[in-house]
Ligand binder design. Structure first.
Ligand SMILES: [Zn+2]
Length: 436
């Protein structure tokens, strides 16, 4: 292996990265096509990631990379409250590859998730697994979230292996399972296995912005039941829980207003709504031509709260819960028919934040700006992800940086192919500067 020669500037790192990525550009695109064409949908408690992980491993082995596919189910044996014990990790392996450094520099971890959400109810112009390219955009479920960024990060290792080049510190890339739906099991498995580094990038589709903060998030359901269904059409009328649920909507609305006014801090100061509260779903009965005149026995509401990085999420959730209990005690229906509160997962997802002037933020922003050829923005994300696991629990400064695209969790998702290559160049330039 060729030893490393220290790069002196971001411009030099970007030039070197471009040179190293050039010979594998086509292979990055064909790996992306193949991964998008391989269904890796996960819906709790299951996930179908194994086929994609096997294909990825095969490609990495061709580069004679130090690569391992390992079982994630063992996290269920670990005492960690962030292990989602209601999920099944059997047959859902993670993949990790490494270009070992000479030992003289700092290490870096690129962490991407291979699981995707299902195609969804939206109508796709072509199959969600087509991977077809049109106008420089590669289409398919997971193209942007986040197989584009995932192949870019492995592209860094493929380029180093092809050039037989090693850096001062280790360059590690992993493909993890179970990130969607508030998972994080794959990310946690990687950390518990010890694939840790001095800095981390998660190449989610950030449209070439260096994202240094993410929000926390929590989903829960309120389930209202009308009481004894056998009373239906007997002497006593069944009281529909639909109208009381309307009052719960009022309670949610109060919280929406309250959360708009929280202390937002500098990172989220320009967001129109720093900590949104959303109603994801409301269900009572459906207007059914076959059963036209039924009263609902159950009404359900799914609520989504988001949290700022500096907030104590579990304390705020306890406050929300107390306020709901107080609301129920005063409500004529809910004080009789106690509603159920059901967390979609627990513990909640936390936010994370790395300082704008942290050396890793500066390194990634300079490297990306030089590679992309313009000043890339440094920003905060409006969504939660698994970054807090690496950043907060494993004390690894963590950023998000990835390609341009659209349609995550929607129909006609795509990633811009040229931006995937630019992401690989940016990540490699950052590694050249960071790892020495
Ligand atoms: Zn994602």
């Amino acid at each position: 292996m060729a030893g490393s020669r220290k790069v002196n500037s971001a411009a030099e790192a970007a030039r070197e990265a471009k040179k190293l990525i050039a010979p594998i550009k086509n292979e990055i695109v064909s790996l992306l096509t193949m991964l998008v064409q391989t269904n890796s949908v996960a819906v709790p408690p299951l996930g179908n990631e194994a086929a994609a992980q096997k294909e990825l491993t095969k490609v990495l082995k061709r580069y004679k990379l130090d690569v391992e596919m390992y079982d994630t189910a063992k996290i269920l044996k670990v005492k960690d409250r962030y292990v989602r014990r209601d999920r099944n990790y059997e047959g859902r392996p993670n993949v990790v590859a490494r270009v070992a450094g000479s030992g003289s520099g700092k290490s870096v971890l690129f962490s991407g998730h291979i699981d995707t959400v299902p195609p969804g109810p939206g109508v796709w112009k072509k199959s969600p697994w087509s991977g077809h390219v049109s106008g420089g955009k590669l289409y398919g479920r997971g193209a942007w979230d986040m197989k584009g960024g995932l192949v870019a990060q492995f592209g860094v290792l493929m380029a180093l292996a092809k050039a037989k080049k090693r850096l001062g510190g280790d360059v590690i890339a992993e493909s993890v399972v179970d990130e969607e739906w508030g998972g994080g099991g794959g990310t946690l498995a990687g950390r518990l296995r010890g694939d840790n580094a001095d800095a981390c990038v998660i190449p989610e589709g950030t449209n070439m912005s260096v994202v240094r903060a993410t929000r926390g998030g929590h989903f829960f359901d309120i389930i209202a039941r009308a009481g004894d269904p056998s009373a239906y059409f007997s002497k006593e009328e069944v009281v529909s829980p639909a109208v009381p649920m309307g009052r719960v909507l009022g309670w949610v609305d109060e919280w929406t207003k309250k959360r708009k006014k929280i202390k937002r801090g500098p990172t989220y100061k320009d967001f129109p709504d720093p900590a949104p509260v959303q109603v994801c779903a409301l269900e009572a009965n459906r207007i059914d031509p076959d059963v036209p005149l039924a009263v609902p026995l159950v009404a359900k509401l799914r609520v989504y709260f988001q949290f700022l990085p500096q907030e104590n999420v579990e304390a705020v959730l306890r406050e929300i819960r107390r306020s709901f209990d107080a609301f129920c005690r005063k409500d004529p229906f809910f004080k009789v028919y106690k509603p159920e509160w059901k967390d979609f997962y627990f513990p909640p997802l936390l936010g994370h934040e790395l300082a704008a002037d942290h050396p890793w933020t500066r390194c990634m922003a300079e490297a990306a700006s030089a590679a992309v050829g313009r000043d890339v923005s440094v920003s905060a994300a409006e969504y939660p992800c698994d970054a807090f696991i690496v950043h907060k629990f494993y004390k690894t400064p963590t950023l998000l940086f990835g390609p341009e695209g659209a349609g995550a969790h929607n129909a006609d998702e795509y990633v811009k192919v040229a931006s995937v290559v630019k992401t690989a160049e940016s990540l490699l330039a950052a590694a050249l500067m960071w790892c020495g």
